[in-house]
Each structure stands twice: as C-alpha cells, then as structure tokens.
Design a protein around this ligand. Sequence first.
Ligand code: 5GP
Length: 189
Amino acid sequence: MNDEPLLIVVSGPGGVGKSTVVDVLIDRYPELWLSRSWTTRERRPSESEGAYIFVSEQEFIERIDADGFLEHAEFLGNHYGTPALEAPSGRDVILEIDVQGARQVLDRDPEALLIFLQAPDAAEQEVRLRRRGDPEHKVAQRLRKAAEEADAGQELGAVVITNNQIDDTVEAMWSAIEKARAGRGRNGL
Ligand code: 5GP
C-alpha cells in the first residue's frame, strides 16, 4: 500500500490541447490536484493570470539554488519548473510538463504515470498553435519540437492517447489513472 500521492505527468506537444483536456479532467475528478508551474515565459494575451506563476529569470534561478523545484527544464529559451509539491492530502497530482521534466519525475518516482497526448494529425495541431496567437517563428519552432517530444514520450514508456474528442480523451486518461492506482496497491487491491 502506497499512501503517497500518485504523480500523473501529462506531456505532449504544443497545440495538442493539453491544458483544455487537463482542465476538464480536474473539473470532473476533484480527487485530482493540478500543480501550477513557474515560468520565465511572458504571459500570452489569451492566457489567464493564473495559468502559471510568471517570474523573472532571477527569481527562477534563486528558486533553483534553494532546491525549490521537483523538476525544472528549459523549453525554447524559457525556464519552466514544478515547485516542490504541496498537494492537499489524499489527492493525486497532475503535472502538465514537458518530456524533459517527465524524465526527471520518473527518475525520482518510478511509479509515476506518464500520459503523452498526441494530436489527431499535424495539420490540426498547426491550426491550434496558430489560433493561440504565437508568432510565426514560434509556431515553426514548436512544430519541430513536437516530433522530438513524441519520440521521447515513446522512449519513456508513456501511455499515448490521441486527442480526437475531448470527452474520450478525458475518459481514457481516467482509465489509465485508475489502472496505475490499482497497480500500486490502492483501491483495496
Ligand atoms: P507553454 O509555453 O506552451 O505554456 O509550455 C511549453 C512547454 O513547457 C509545454 O510542453 C508545457 O507542458 C511545458 N511545461 C509547463 N510547465 C512546466 C514545468 O513546470 N516543467 C516542465 N519541465 N515543463 C513545463
């Protein structure tokens, strides 16, 4: 029996709809708790102020030095990190992070579940990235990065889910979570 929260890492390329899917998942299953990341990236106009804890490069480095991150990584020139966890007791934790972060989490906790979301097709992903309002060169960079991320996700043994239809995606994620819980001796098994 393992009473530590299950760490559920959700990775996937930009434009795959990760945050929308995660928002629905959290809403539907209140036993899950979403960790909020720190980033040095600027907030997008379309983004809520609570999407990240937006900090300066200096604040980020200070937190690294104070050993205040569970994991952190650089992604396309910006820092992103998961603060040391403060999950309410009894709730499992969702980390929406990139595959470099996923690797660090799995190194620390081999029982963590890694879910990799992929877009139904590259054209759809490109449409979603553009809709988000990123500048053109960023869209191109993120599309290149997407292919690398998919390879890394496979290599890390992720449960790969294609985000065709949001309800189906959320239910497939929930099944994977229940399976991972059962696998570590929870749910009375
Ligand atoms: P975006 O700039 O599109 O919000 O995020 C870029 C990438 O960084 C995405 O793959 C996102 O999942 C990832 N990311 C967000 N927060 C974190 C974090 O705390 N740690 C790591 N390693 N990646 C993160």
